[in-house]
Design a protein around this ligand. Structure first.
Ligand SMILES: C[S@@+](CC[C@H](N)C(=O)[O-])C[C@H]1O[C@@H](n2cnc3c(N)ncnc32)[C@H](O)[C@@H]1O
Length: 307
C-alpha cells in the first residue's frame, strides 16, 4: 500500500515538474502553465502530454477534452501535493472578531468585520478569508520584488468583501475599483475610508458590480483594467459561469487576472478551470513566490490572461 502511494506521489511530482514554467500577462514571475506540459515529459505523464498536444489541435472537441483533462490533472496535483485538508483553515484571520489588524505596506490596516452576517445564507463578504490575506500580501511581495507594477495601473477587484486586498493594491499605487454586491458596500466603504487616509500612492473607489450582469459601468469597463483581482471568488458552482462572463468582459489584450482561491471544494475549482481554459491561458503561482510569511497549503494563486 505504502509503495503504491509512493509511486503515485512520484508520478504527481513528475507531472508537476514537467508543467512548463512561463510568464503570463504582466506578472513577471514564472507560473506553471496548466495546459502545457514539456515535450521531454516521460511516459508516466503521457496523458498530460497528449492532452497538451491535443490542445494545440484546432479541433474543438479534442480541445475540450484537453481542457477537461488539464483541469482534472491540476486538481489531482493540488490535492495530492499541497494536501490542503491537512492544514488549518483561517490561519491568518479570525472570523469571530469585529476588527482585524493586518500589517501591509508599512501601515497597520484595521479591517472591520460583521461576524454575525456569516450565519445569513449566501452572505460571505462580511468577514475576511485567508485567501484575501494571501493575495494582499502576494501583491505587496510581488511589487516589492519587481514582479508586478501597480503604480498608476487600473485595478478592478471582484467580490472585495471587507476590502483588504483592494486597500493593499491602492497603497501599492493602483487606481483601484473595489466591487461587490449592493448590500455588501456599506462595510466595504467603511473599511476603505478607515484605512486609506492621508497620502497614498494610488486611489480607491467602491462600486456595485454583479457578475454576469449585462450592463457596462464605465468606471469599471472604460478603459478596461490592467489588472482584475479577486480572492475566494470561486466558491459556488452556481456563480462560476457569471464570474467567467465577467472576467471575459473585463479582459482586454493588456489585462492580467490574478485570483486566489481557497482549496475547499475540488469539484467547483475543477469546473471553473475547465471552463476558464477555453478562453484563458492559466498559470499557477508556486508557493515559493507567495509572501514568505503569508502562504498556505490551502490557498492557490492563479494568473490568467485572455487567449
Ligand atoms: C468568500 S467572499 C470573499 C471576500 C473577499 N474577497 C475575501 O477574500 O475576504 C466572496 C465575495 O464575492 C462576492 N460575490 C459573490 N457572488 C457575487 C456576484 N454574483 N457578484 C458580485 N460579487 C459576488 C461576495 O459578496 C463576497 O464578497
Amino acid at each position: 500500500m505504502e509503495a503504491e502511494e509512493g509511486e503515485e506521489w512520484e508520478k504527481r511530482m513528475e507531472i508537476e515538474e514537467n508543467m512548463r514554467m512561463s510568464t503570463i500577462g504582466s506578472y513577471g514571475g514564472k507560473v506553471r502553465n496548466l495546459l502545457v506540459v514539456c515535450a521531454s515529459s516521460s511516459s508516466s505523464s503521457s496523458a498530460a502530454a497528449a492532452a497538451a498536444a491535443a490542445a494545440l489541435s484546432k479541433e474543438e472537441d479534442v480541445q475540450t477534452e484537453a481542457e477537461a483533462e488539464a483541469a482534472e490533472e491540476e486538481i489531482m496535483l493540488l490535492w495530492g501535493i499541497q494536501q490542503p485538508t491537512f492544514s488549518k483553515p483561517n490561519a491568518f484571520v479570525s472570523q469571530s472578531s469585529l476588527q482585524l489588524s493586518l500589517d501591509a505596506c508599512g501601515r497597520s490596516l484595521s479591517i472591520l468585520q460583521s461576524p454575525s452576517s456569516l450565519g445569513t445564507p449566501g452572505v460571505t463578504g462580511a468577514v475576511l478569508w485567508d485567501s484575501g490575506v494571501v493575495l494582499g500580501k502576494f501583491l505587496e511581495h510581488s511589487v516589492d520584488s519587481g514582479m508586478i507594477h501597480l503604480q498608476g495601473k487600473k485595478v478592478v477587484e471582484l467580490g472585495s468583501g471587507c476590502g483588504f486586498v483592494g486597500c493593499v493594491a491602492a497603497l501599492l499605487g493602483g487606481e483601484v475599483v473595489l466591487t461587490d454586491l449592493p448590500d455588501r458596500l456599506r462595510l466595504l466603504k467603511k473599511n476603505v475610508e478607515h484605512n486609506l487616509y492621508g497620502e497614498i500612492r494610488g486611489s480607491a473607489n467602491v462600486h456595485e458590480f454583479i457578475w454576469g450582469d449585462n450592463y457596462s459601468n464605465p468606471e469599471i469597463t472604460d478603459p478596461l483594467p490592467d489588472y482584475v483581482i479577486g480572492s475566494d471568488v470561486i466558491y459556488s458552482e452556481g456563480a462560476v459561469t457569471e464570474l467567467l462572463e465577467t472576467l471575459l468582459e473585463l479582459s482586454g489584450p493588456k489585462t492580467t487576472i490574478i485570483l486566489a482561491g481557497e482549496l475547499r471544494n475540488d469539484a467547483i475549482l475543477q469546473y471553473f478551470l475547465e471552463l476558464a481554459l477555453k478562453d484563458f491561458i492559466i498559470g499557477r503561482v508556486d508557493q515559493t513566490d507567495c509572501h514568505p510569511d503569508y502562504r498556505s497549503q490551502r490557498v492557490v494563486i492563479y494568473v490568467l490572461a485572455k487567449k
